[in-house]
Design a protein around this ligand. Structure first.
Ligand code: 5GP
Length: 327
């Protein structure tokens, strides 16, 4: 573990509400269940999700994973709760028993709730992020594929405006249910994000339901980085290699969501073989019960438990992740 801790590395793909330490979520759940104010979802749904996250079996498929978020969102829908979870996530990455990385890009989807609008949501998260130095952390604004074009435009407009005021918004991401939305409708949002100086990353080709046409359309928006990129066809791979788009690799997430059958079959191998930029990431430490150090440990571990890479190779992967950060 001391080797893994010692190498400089960036976590570039961590979803805020998927990275909440379980103790904080349990605290928020018990406050929610004992409060007398109106509930956005039934107590039983919160109890079931907490149970699943705490002691439940591993997820069965990627759809089960998305079903966890309504309960998590019910618990993080006030500025106070959002501030607490953001603080706890940053603490876990930097100041916990095992500091995880040199640099963290945290990403989150701006939500409008009964007690805050999307801009307040982002400001609440940014206030916590900016307690750390720019060399340690910054924010990526996630755009959910389930958003309407108007909401996506609003999120990009806020992200660009906050950045122009000097707030630490570094990029945008496309995330959410991989089968939702029509990607042609997203073109304008990504163009305006780029014009506003933001980096672009996208969850792409995450499942077999994502068609090659959709993937090529998203690549035409010129993202600098790609999340997962599990099911790229040859045409898409040649674009990715030529443009040197960094692949955000989330090993445990892919295995638990069963989009990749084994580490041996993981697409990381083709990128390692061609010395293509990658970055090792956690995705969602809460449901996947992982950490960045655990993901790096998988690189070193002997097959079939891990990929059996050398320390030099792992150090080089850490360097690549730092080079792919947004500015
Ligand atoms: P948040 O953006 O609310 O801070 O983090 C949770 C959200 O991130 C989820 O609602 C989901 O939209 C998105 N997310 C988290 N993990 C994944 C993933 O592996 N794939 C996709 N497509 N979206 C994800």
């Amino acid at each position: 573990i001391s080797f893994l801790q010692s190498i400089p590395k960036a976590e570039l793909h961590a979803h805020l509400n998927g990275s909440i330490p379980i103790q904080i979520l349990q605290e928020l759940a018990s406050e929610y269940l004992s409060s007398t104010s109106a509930r956005s979802i039934p107590d039983s749904a919160v109890q079931e999700s907490i149970q699943l996250l705490t002691t439940g079996p591993a997820l069965d498929k990627i759809d089960d994973f998305f079903l966890l978020f309504p309960a998590i969102y019910a618990l993080t829908s006030t500025p106070d709760a959002l501030q607490r979870v953001t603080r706890a996530v940053l603490h876990d990455f930097f100041d916990g028993d095992y500091p995880q990385c040199t640099y963290l890009e945290l990403r989150t989807t701006p939500r409008s709730t009964s007690s805050m609008d999307r801009e307040q949501y982002l400001l609440t998260v940014l206030d916590e992020v900016e307690k750390y130095s720019p060399e340690q952390t910054g924010l990526v604004v996630s755009l959910d594929r389930r958003m309407s074009a108007e909401v996506m435009d609003e999120c990009v407009e806020i992200a660009v405006r906050l950045r122009s005021r000097g707030r630490r918004v570094l990029g945008v991401d496309l995330c959410g249910d991989p089968t939702a939305g029509n990607v042609q409708a997203f073109e304008d949002a990504f163009r305006r994000a780029k014009e506003g100086g933001l980096g672009v990353t996208m969850h792409i080709a995450e499942t077999t339901n994502n068609t090659p046409e959709e993937t090529l359309q998203l690549l035409s928006y010129c993202p600098e980085r790609l999340g997962h990129a599990t099911f790229l066809n040859d045409e898409a791979i040649s674009i990715v290699l030529e443009k040197k788009m960094c692949i955000e690799i989330c090993l445990t997430s892919n295995l638990l969501c069963k989009t990749v059958p084994t580490l041996e079959a993981h697409h990381i191998k083709q990128y390692l073989n061609s010395n293509h930029p990658i970055s090792i990431c956690t995705d969602d430490t809460l449901p996947f019960r992982t950490s960045l150090l655990a993901e790096y440990a998988l690189l070193l571990a002997i097959p079939p438990l891990g990929l059996g890479l050398s320390e030099d190779q792992v150090r080089r992967i850490g360097e690549m992740s730092l080079q792919a950060r947004f500015r």
